[in-house]
Every structure is written in C-alpha cells, then in structure tokens.
Design a protein around this ligand. Sequence first.
Ligand code: ATP
Ligand code: MG
Length: 309
Amino acid sequence: MTLTFTTHMTMSYTVYNEAGGAHKTTTGVNLSEAHSRQGLNTLYIDGDQQEANGTYLKHAGDDRDDGDADNLVRHMLGQPRGDLRDLIQTTDEGFDVLPAHDMIEDFTELLLKREDFETNMGNDDFNRFDHLHRVLWQENSLQDDYDVIIVDPNAQAENMLVNAIYATRTIVVPAKPAGKGSKSLKGLSGLLSAMSEELGIDIGVAAVILSGVSNTATHQRYVDKIDAEYGVAGQIGKRESLMDEMWDARGSAFKVVEKGWLDGEPGKRGVRDREIDTLETILDIADDIADQFDVAPPNTPEIKIEGVA
Ligand SMILES: Nc1ncnc2c1ncn2[C@@H]1O[C@H](COP(=O)(O)OP(=O)(O)OP(=O)(O)O)[C@@H](O)[C@H]1O
Ligand SMILES: [Mg+2]
C-alpha cells in the first residue's frame, strides 16, 4: 500500500479521548468559539452519530435523519450528492459547523464494502484512512476558506476517528482529573505510536486539557501527576451548571455566560466570576494551541456580558 499526502497549512486538530463523556464535544465547541474570537475563520466538523453531539448543541443538521440527504459520509465514500460547502452551516456564534448525519453509524460497514469492491476491481491502493483527508484538503480545498478546522469524532466509531486523525495529524486531548482520566492518558502514547506506524504519519498532541477540575485533594493530586507526565495546557474547572446549560442555550459556554442563560432561558444568569475565569482559561488554551501551530491570531478576544439579570 502506498500512502500519499498533501501538506496543508491549515491549523487542524481532532478532539480525542478514548473515554466516553470526557468533555470532548464541550471542549471542541468552546475552542471553536474561542478560535473564531481570535479572528480565525473556524470550522467545527461533527463526526459523531450520537444524538448528544455538537450538531445538536449548535442547532444544526436538521436533515440528519434524511437518508437521501447529502452528507459528509457520502463525500468520504466518493458518492457525493452535492457540493460539500453547501453542507456547511453558519451559526449564531462565530464559527461554522459541518453537521453530523445518521449515516455515520454505517460508515465502517459502507467503507469496508467499498474496500472490498475496490480490491475486487484490482485497486490495491485503497486507503481506509485517507477519506476525510482527501475530501477536506484535496477535493474541496477547505484550507482556502478556513484558518482552523476542528474535528469531533466519536471515539467508538473507530474508522471515523482514524480518518479524522489522518486528516488533521494532530489531537487535542480533554481528560478528567480522575483515576479513569489518568488511565485513558496512559494508553495514549502507545496508541499514538501504533497509529503513527500504521498510518505512516506523525501525529502531534497540541494540548492535554484537564476538564472538570475541583479543588479536592484527589483532583489536585491527579492534576499534578498528569501535568508532570504529559504537560497540561490548561485546567477547566468543574462547571456543571455552565456546561450543562450549553445544551439548552444550544451554543458555547461564551453564549451561556454573555447572554445570561439559566434554566433554559436567556437573561436570567447572574455574572459569576469563576465562570468568567473559565472563559478566559478557554481563550488561553486556544492561544496556546494556535502557538503550537505557529499561528498568530489577529484579534485579542473580549468577553462581553449582555442581557444578564
Ligand atoms: N468543565 C466541566 N465541568 C463539569 N461538567 C462538564 C464540564 N465540561 C463538560 N461537562 C459536562 O459533561 C457531560 C459530557 O460532556 P461532553 O458531551 O462534552 O463529553 P464527550 O466526551 O463529548 O462525550 P461522548 O464521549 O459521548 O462524545 C456534559 O453533560 C457536559 O455538560
Ligand atoms: Mg461528544
């Protein structure tokens, strides 16, 4: 098998943690908004078939259950029904969304069928991993439109995940400061070198972000341990009320705080200093990640509280 690469200049990364519920979608959406506030044209690609995904969170993808609709998977399988750019939705926040579609659930099965077909046709160069890479950078040149592309695949949908990592070459890892979070990181370097070898590429880790951190001695012990072993780009506090409200506000933590969302309504949330701190931390992490890519963001983002009780 030969692997062909195109180098692309766009800052792109996959939000990854093998563990479910590790705050990947929350982190991906908040970082997307942070990058767009830095003045970077940002696209969030949802590769997760679950209901509770970034597409729901951002109120996008109304036709995700329409089996006939064009969607990212059709493009990845080489059977598009339209222009990929027509799938991209603008949102009421700064960044764009390429929504998920229910077809993601069948991606592995469809991909393997396609692979069988190609093999039977005598094509030995079919590469199971390069479909997102081809769609984004080669067929559609999204690097011309976007400064940042963030992919949020479901870690259980392995082929979508591997395609995401192959396309972005870089991961950002949110993890919880707990025994489970520490264990999931432990497997990470082994997994990354196995993947690098299998895919024939270098995979970088742009940031490890501890999320859901409280002041307990246990959490702090894990923070110190994980920081010593992996280097932590930032710590996001335990902010259940803020992050859960995102699902009602259908938007980022910035929207929740700035528009004062509480109990499913805007204009009701008071200003909480620790929540402003959390937004600032997210902006700092976004800065740190941009720095890793040698990208100098044109804007210094501001947090503007409006419509708060
Ligand atoms: N900093 C935080 N503090 C407390 N709770 C949080 C924090 N960040 C996210 N959460 C909550 O944790 C839950 C899971 O988050 P999220 O959906 O982002 O995880 P995920 O890793 O994307 O899950 P999945 O593996 O299902 O894709 C959500 O209810 C979210 O509101
Ligand atoms: Mg998720």
